[in-house]
Design a protein around this ligand. Sequence first.
Ligand code: NAD
Length: 478
Amino acid sequence: MAQHFINGQWVRSTSGQTLPVIDPSTGESFDTLERGNAQDIDKAVGAARAALSGPWAKLTATERGRILVRMSQLILERQEELALLESRDTGKPMSQARNDIVVAARYCEFYGGAADKVHGQQIPYMNDFHVVVIREPYGVTAHILPWNYPAQMFGRSVVPSLAMGNAVVLKPSEDACLSPLAFCDIAREAGLPDGALNVVTGLGEEAGDALSKHRDIDFITFTGSPEVGTLIQKAAAERTIKCVLELGGKSPQIVFEDADLERAATFVIKAITQNAGQTCSAGSRLLVQRSIYDRFIGMVVERFKQSSAGSPAMDRDCGPLINAGQKQRVEGFIRRAVDSGIPVLAQGSVVADVPTGGYYVAPTLFGPVPRDHQLACDEVFGPVLAAIPFDTEADAIALANATDFGLLAGIWTRDGGRQTRIAKQMHCGQVYINCYGAGGGVELPFGGVKRSGHGREKGFLALEEFCNVKTVVQYHGE
Ligand code: NAD
């Protein structure tokens, strides 16, 4: 039974209530987790606050970094065991789960190494003055995370905060939280002092809501849906604390007639089938220049037909979706597109002998999708790709920017001038040229604009997000 991790101890919920842990590949429960409430959150925040005046606060930046690097080593040593846990909890294919565990370790390595390399500044000011800018932890940071990449999200959100010396309270998703809990044991073994890391599991509207509104948190970072992100921003505004939001996406892949079409086709498929399309940075809109539309779509169709969804052990392109609600939601998008008369250009398969009761959906390609149809504008969060033709460069730019989201964009062209012109005009946080990278890339600042959120994670910029900048002005006399 998975329990809360508070002040270095595994503890039950105050209420004694639990929630089932469902295996998405079978639809069956295989464990329980604690259903945390406001009292559990209060204990966790109290433990984090106390840690800020205990042994955790007395460590040097180098010592904090060494603990994170040790975590990285322990995670890699247990890669297979953790990957099995991650794939059972989320349904993702084993090779993807293995990769996610390596990425989680990489976050610990990167931010462990960076912990003592975040330096302040000295500013030349008036004579007789000495001015320095120092960076210090915010204090207690609250983290609310989604189910699609629990291990990676832990690395991306929690680890840089610890590197900067904050004390963390994490509320992972009720749909997938086993790897973040496993990382608590690893953190303890690596020497993390009690109270620096606290995890309370439970429902969003209970534990998540209580955490976002707690009076004693200093900072909140949220990754999830735009709807809940808006609630989090309101809660942060009530207390005037900083919040970082990483929300959804509807990212375009823009393919021009001069592109390396073989390469583009391969990446286009992966960008929508990876994690069964349940990736915020999924390339879910395929914008293709009209002069090559039929030829290129033909290449994508061939590959799409060969794609398949299976159980984690089958290790196909996709695993199941996370739960019954998500399956219904994705099937709803497919049904409405069919009802609107949008042609299904290709469909992958669901492997015949997957367990009944699992939440499998075959990868599906639609096109041409009308530009104002919901399939062209809304986030599906499933393996569904919308193809749309465009005519000119200006048309492609307008179309790419025409959603409420702005997370990633992919540009496929051999024309160097066009690559830069378009990259500059994309309203988003990351642009990929002749490549497309979701997931990994821990060094690369990541985040969105518009409804995709604000603030940046990954890379050194994340460390700046997680610290307060203080200017100290000293008059030292003549
Ligand atoms: P979600 O918003 O439903 O849940 C995310 C987290 O918020 C969960 O831990 C949930 O328990 C919690 N939550 C729910 N209601 C809450 C409330 N009222 N108060 C406080 N917390 C609450 O999202 P999801 O379904 O888990 O994930 C899918 C969404 O996340 C998609 O829109 C996807 O694009 C987005 N996402 C974004 C990124 C990114 O980096 N931009 C990464 C992954 C997922």
